[in-house]
Design a protein around this ligand. Sequence first.
Ligand code: IMP
Ligand code: MG
Length: 179
Amino acid sequence: MPVRCLITEEQIGRGVDELARRISADYAGRNLTLIGVLTGSIILVADLMRRISLPHKLGLLQASSYRESATRPGALRINLDLLPDVAGRDVLLVDDILDTGATMARLMDEIRSRGAASVRCAVLLWKQSRTTAPIKPDYHCFDIPDEFVVGYGLDYGDEYRHLPYIGVLEGGREAQSAE
Ligand code: IMP
Ligand code: MG
């Protein structure tokens, strides 16, 4: 399927630089743990942690929401087997995109219930017009319109994650399964 570039590799680089600067300033003197949400966040997490100038730990968890269409999020499945002990830690959840917000809202509750000292979230992209959960990202790099995007970790049917830019999949609004 054709992909139209929405955010270039250079723009992403500058956005992640700025994100890392803000996180480094805000978390100075605290015991930061980044928690990456698999699979879509892997490229952002890898780029972000190399730019954060503070010592910090890394944990991972997996969340998948299988969808019949872009406008109907499916059941959310989460796997916390890889999650380290977060009790007393300042946790920053990192995901590729905040869409309806259902995934992030649920994950933040899970981390809070495990005794984290604080829980915030950072995403590369925010599709604000679609967010229905009572949540907004504490940190985000780019606002995007209501279009299905791929690249820089984001997939369509587990493909396109490798693209170094964010693109809009032309004709890809039906039968989506996003993970
Ligand atoms: P939410 O729970 O609706 O906020 O959806 C969050 C998850 O859905 C993200 O972690 C993505 O994996 C996936 N997702 C939402 N929108 C897109 C998109 O435009 N492209 C690819 N994946 C998406
Ligand atoms: Mg995801």
